[in-house]
Design a protein around this ligand. Structure first.
Ligand code: XIL
Length: 292
């Protein structure tokens, strides 16, 4: 009943080992970089959707659904956006980026990561500094979600972040307070993505508690960028089981196919080795999902 997805790089689609595994194993796709601001609007008002269109085309030809990643993020953000200092201008630029990109993909995206990584790692539980935070203030996240809902009411709208898997962490609690506040005030939000970039031990012991606590606020939860250093079978099985134990955990995405495709390739964190052979972690995931 859950989807199982992967991050896809458009430049690898022509590699038949890669695309064979992609189409055999995965029914959800997240573009690894192609929908980010530096690719889609490298200069103001000039949009480039060709790389992401290639991935969406592949997905629709192979019956896979898409996660849109990502509309508002401090990273992989062009300098022309970072240099804006006037709130009215930046608000217009952000809203135009959201409406133009979401309109282009209307009807093809299951869920959008509307805002990515807006919270700080400093133990404060507050937003991180960014041009959006610094120029627009705390309300920029709400503004982005309202604009997104108005643009494509049928897409699910997610907040996505890393290091929010451990329930007692200040960052987790900060995001939880935001989602609770959004739900109480009617700000549109449908899901929270837990990136799940783990070390060798896999998820923290409290991960299931975190997932169920967010779900209890009335949002779906998903593991959106799962990878685990050295890919122990036990660690992968625990991560998958934590999701399966939460009714509103609707899917899992691993952040790449082969270890050689990974942004953490030195840590061999994925389910397939560089030859495209299934690793022990693949079997552990399959068994946990009830397959054989
Ligand atoms: C990473 C990609 O995998 C790399 O190819 C790129 O160089 C940097 O970004 N959090 C996210 C993802 O939300 O977009 C990031 O992806 C990994 C961390």
């Amino acid at each position: 009943g859950r989807y199982f997805g992967t991050a896809v790089a458009s430049g690898r689609l022509g590699d038949s080992t890669y695309s064979t595994i992609l189409d055999r194993e995965f029914n959800m796709i997240t573009p690894e970089n192609e929908m980010k601001w530096d690719t889609t609007e490298p200069s103001r008002g000039s949009f480039n959707f060709a790389p992401a269109d290639a991935i969406v085309g592949h997905a629709s030809a192979h019956g896979q659904r898409m996660r849109g990643h990502t509309l508002v993020w401090h990273s992989q953000l062009p300098d022309w956006v970072k240099s804006l200092t006037d709130a009215t201008t930046l608000r217009g630029v952000m809203d135009n980026h959201i409406t133009t990109e979401m309109s282009h993909y209307k009807g093809t995206i299951y869920a959008w990561d509307v805002v990515n990584e807006a919270f700080a790692d400093d133990g404060s539980g507050r937003h991180r500094g960014s041009v959006f935070q610094n120029v627009l203030g705390d309300g920029f996240i709400e503004e982005a979600f309202r604009t997104a809902r108005n643009t494509d009411p049928s897409a699910k709208l997610c907040y996505n972040d890393y290091n929010i898997e451990n329930w007692s962490d200040a960052k987790t609690q900060g995001v939880y307070r935001m989602v609770k506040d959004f739900k109480s005030r009617g700000v549109p939000i449908d899901c929270v993505g837990f990136q799940s970039h783990f070390g060798t031990g896999g998820p923290p012991a409290s991960f299931q508690t975190t997932l169920s606590s967010f779900a209890a606020l009335g949002v779906d939860v998903q593991l959106t960028e799962l990878d685990i250093a050295q890919a122990s079978g036990n660690a992968y099985a625990t991560a998958v089981q934590d999701c399966l134990n939460v009714t509103r955990c609707t899917g899992i995405t691993v952040w790449g196919i082969r270890d050689s495709d990974s942004w953490r390739s030195g840590e061999n964190p994925l389910l397939f080795d560089r030859n495209g052979t299934k690793k022990p972690a693949y079997g552990a995931v399959l068994t946990t999902l009830g397959g054989s």
